[in-house]
Design a protein around this ligand. Structure first.
Ligand SMILES: CCCCC/C=C\C/C=C\C/C=C\C/C=C\CCCC(=O)SCCNC(=O)CCNC(=O)[C@H](O)C(C)(C)COP(=O)(O)OP(=O)(O)OC[C@H]1O[C@@H](n2cnc3c(N)ncnc32)[C@H](O)[C@@H]1OP(=O)(O)O
Length: 207
């Protein structure tokens, strides 16, 4: 059914339907884990100390912590603090989306051992997430089609709580050049001077 948006633009109601589209949207393969992929049970280090999602050097960041689950899964935890509010006592939806971007990106990066960036991220917010909650996010690598990598996740209010947020994303594998060409020079130099700022990297970064 066709509907009109508030600005008169023509749109399809299916765009905002709760009925999920097929996923992954294209034929994919599920690769064997990379030989250097961390084993089940491994606690993963922050991938970049200044990352808003996982970095130790971002005071009000999300401080997501991730642990490898099965061959294609990673479990992340994120505790919502006062700094993450959107409404009184409730997490901001954009920050929840950030947590899923991080959890999904960590899953793709660590299991495939390739640099990839988010091309598309969809989120379904099912329940409000109160300050003080630890969101437990189980992310799954769903399939690979060339450079395109599909992953999905659900987040619970505590390990055994109800599902509050679901997300799925397309990541696109890129060369390291992507970061070197586009990153701010001062930050690239800081990483070159102190490689420990990058907790995980497939190759040496030497700008
Ligand atoms: C510093 C080194 C780090 C290395 C680390 C590596 C491993 C270490 C382990 C772990 C890492 C751990 C954790 C990571 C944690 C968190 C991750 C957060 C990730 C982010 O937060 S990252 C920031 C936000 N992100 C961006 O900043 C991207 C901006 N963007 C671009 O840079 C380009 O846009 C790009 C590169 C995406 C594509 O550009 P491009 O020119 O290379 O390729 P192209 O356009 O041809 O797309 C190729 C195919 O993807 C399809 N495609 C693309 N976009 C699509 C869309 N939106 N919807 C549907 N399909 C799409 C095309 O349709 C085509 O499909 P097809 O091949 O079938 O035609």
């Amino acid at each position: 059914m066709r509907v009109r948006g508030h600005n008169g633009a023509r749109a399809y109601s299916s765009v905002v339907s709760r009925t999920p589209a097929p996923w992954p949207p294209v034929p994919t393969e599920l690769p064997e884990p990379h030989p250097d992929a961390p084993a089940a049970g491994t606690d993963l280090p922050p991938h970049y100390a200044f990352c808003f999602g996982c970095g130790d050097k971002q005071g009000d960041g999300l401080h997501l912590r991730a642990k490898v689950g099965g061959e294609h899964t990673i479990r992340s935890r994120f505790t919502v603090t006062e700094a993450h509010q959107g409404a009184p006592g409730l997490a901001h939806g954009g920050l929840l989306a950030c947590a899923f971007d991080e959890a999904l990106g960590t899953t793709v990066g660590h299991l495939l051992r390739k640099p990839a960036v988010t091309g598309k991220l969809e989120t379904d917010f099912l329940l409000p997430v109160p300050v003080g909650t630890t969101l437990v996010i189980d992310a799954h690598l769903d399939g690979v089609a060339g450079r395109k990598v599909y992953a999905s996740a659900e987040g619970r209010l505590g390990a055994d709580g109800p599902v509050a947020v679901r997300a799925r994303a397309l990541f696109v594998v890129v060369e390291l050049k992507h970061f070197l060409d586009n990153g701010r020079e001062a930050d690239l130099r800081a990483v070159a001077a102190d490689p420990s700022l990058l907790g995980s990297r497939p190759v040496e970064l030497n700008p």
